[in-house]
Design a protein around this ligand. Structure first.
Ligand SMILES: CC(C)(COP(=O)(O)OP(=O)(O)OC[C@H]1O[C@@H](n2cnc3c(N)ncnc32)[C@H](O)[C@@H]1OP(=O)(O)O)[C@@H](O)C(=O)NCCC(=O)NCCS
Length: 188
């Protein structure tokens, strides 16, 4: 069965919902910033055309049934402030991978922790998945810290796994199990 569409997920400050073409203007503001795309596997957007090409890739991903691209909408004013991708869905193993991006002016306010917490609760709860994975460049301090704080476990480092923007780099592999999530919820 393909990875199913995700209905909007509400958090105190955000709503996570499927991406739409009308989001591209806000998304250009986010992905047009080289500080934001520094550790991302795509180039800094130069125009709405780059956004349209990205959206076509995300729509193709949804069509394969292996992923869903969500956006983070700020509840206060409905501005799109970031993205959250669920991809590489493996139905047999109940596993998905997570990717995320937040506009620079919104960093450091706990917004992505809020979004990831809700996305993981949805994945382990409603979707009954077993494992969520994430790959992070060790130099991306904020992203590594974010995952550890959200309950993910650093399971290892793969050396020079990827080449991007002309440079080979290591990858930290993070895993979060449904059992980890349940014990964390019990502790609260
Ligand atoms: C990574 C990113 C999503 C973090 O989002 P954020 O909303 O600023 O993170 P939060 O405010 O929720 O903070 C989460 C944790 O990370 C820590 N953190 C955030 N930015 C940090 C930084 N620059 N340096 C060190 N720690 C940082 C916070 O202190 C917090 O730690 P805690 O849980 O121990 O309190 C954001 O920096 C971003 O979009 N970066 C560019 C895109 C990117 O690299 N995506 C990830 C690719 S793997």
């Amino acid at each position: 069965m393909p990875f199913r569409a995700i209905t909007p997920i509400a958090t105190p400050r955000l709503t996570l919902r499927p991406v739409a073409a009308a989001d591209l203007e806000d998304l250009l503001e986010i992905n047009g910033d080289p500080e934001v795309t520094r550790f991302l596997p795509y180039s800094t957007w130069q125009s709405v055309d780059d956004g349209a090409a990205w959206l076509a890739r995300m729509e193709a991903l949804a069509a394969t049934g292996t992923g869903r691209q969500l956006v983070l909408v700020r509840n206060a004013d409905t501005k799109v402030v970031g993205t959250l991708l669920l991809f590489r869905y493996d139905e047999g193993s109940g596993r998905i991978e997570l990717g995320y991006v937040l506009g620079r002016s919104h960093w450091g306010q706990g917004l992505m922790r809020e979004a990831i917490g809700a996305a993981c609760a949805h994945a382990f709860g409603a979707l009954k998945l077993r494992r969520i994975e994430a790959e992070v460049n060790p130099a991306n301090v904020a992203s590594n810290q974010l995952l550890l704080g959200a309950g993910f476990v650093l399971e290892g480092t793969l050396r020079k796994r990827w080449v991007d923007k002309g440079t080979a780099y290591d990858t930290n592999i993070y895993g979060y199990l449904a059992d980890d999530w349940r014990s964390r919820a019990d502790r609260r």
